[in-house]
Design a protein around this ligand. Sequence first.
Ligand code: FAD
Ligand code: 2HG
Ligand code: ZN
Length: 460
Amino acid sequence: MPTPLDDARVQRELRDIVGPTGVVVDADLTRRYRTDWTGRFSADSAVVVRPGDDDQVAAVVALCGEQGITIVPQGGNTGLVGGSVPLHGELVLSTERLCGIDEVDATVGRITAGAGTPLASVQQAALAAGWRYGVDIASRDSAAIGGTVATNAGGLHVLRHGATRVNLAGVAFVDGTGAVHAMNRATLRDNTGYHLPSLLCGSEGTLGIITSVRVLLVPDHRCRTTALVRFPDPRDAAVAVESVRGTLASAEAAEVFFAPGLELVCRAFSLPRPFAETDGGYVLVEVADADDRTESLAAAVESMSGVADVAVAADTSGRERLWRYRERHTEAISTIGVPHKLDIAVPPGTLAEFVERVPAVIAAVDPHATAWLFGHGGEGAIHVNITGPPVDDDATDDAVLALVTDLGGSISAEHGIGTAKRHWIPRIDSAADRTLRAHIKAAFDPYGIMNPAVLVDPPM
Ligand code: FAD
Ligand code: 2HG
Ligand code: ZN
């Protein structure tokens, strides 16, 4: 069925706002904007609009409001929950031209950047100023800083520095009516009522379009040591990774993965096995401080039960060699098929039980499915990737999420709800919670045009 976006007059008006190269409709050129990173979520066609400044964003949103055109904001399109692609004929509003570091304050440790700036550029600007940005994810080269705010990205250093919301000092954004809001206070403290940047953080494009971001930086601790520890019994690995938070104040990462994932990574990227024996579970711990904390790391590993092998590195290339076994899981899994991705968390003390039970829960629904487990075990957050089931068959996903909720866990610890998990919102939120979410959305987006298929379910 034709939509207002197919109307030549509307496309002309969009070109008038963003310039002739700012609107992309050619099927080959739009492919990368309309298929998600995993290949699981894809649209047949798209109109992509690339504004170059806040006023252009505001004018595009206002036009969409008038015409009843829905919008999917898009940064680097590395999101893993189907929230960044136009699955229902939405206009794709790409932030890629809102790119660049606007301000680096090396005295207090603060950076302001356009929403489309790659996360890696923000990280590099922080290092060049003698600081570090506390958020790091493996998609750093492609993910945009605005996208990391919109998803409240977590990643590898949440244990020490928190997820994006904790590191966020301000945003500029355009709401669903086309009004521009600059929430970038110059002060380091701000307690003037509702903290709207925090609300925009994790909103997944449902409240407005973030056009600029200000983040706070953390000290650049140069003394770093990484240990990779193998446990023949996977349950020991799950218990050990959870213990790091309480035993090692200088820990910046506590990650976990298991033998099948390690084997897949080694096979996919022709890497040597880290140890002669490979069965069981692995914990990767990194400490960072102004002084060398290798001894505390050694003491923490010593206190873990069931350790069989340990590899330690304090130099950059050695640490990277250990990290790749963990970081390359996502890419390795994509070499064998289109995965179903879950990013759950379970309450402290239940990770070992979850890890033990989840393969059988998946097998009971689909005996041919394979589960891949890895993630941020230090916070009880685990990625369950499932290969085998057809892309549109949610049965195994639902079985895992049912186990998670039975254990009192969270159905999203990092990646958000998107379209993939939206059908779970009525199962986890009360009617009162859902009404409140719908009211918040309506306050920012009264015409209901901002990513309407994502996160917030329609008012009851
Ligand atoms: P997109 O994919 O473009 O968009 C994601 C969502 O945010 C969509 O709902 C979109 O509408 C919305 N959005 C994007 N930009 C804006 C904006 N400017 N204003 C309003 N809404 C917007 N995530 C983690 O949390 N931790 C990880 O460790 C991690 N590792 C990853 C590793 C790999 C290899 C990959 C492929 C992904 C990983 N991710 C991780 C997921 C993903 O990179 C993050 O969710 C990231 O924050 C998304 O940023 P993006 O710019 O690509 O956003
Ligand atoms: C990670 O921690 C990312 O590596 C991606 O959040 C997880 O691929 C995934 O499921
Ligand atoms: Zn993750």
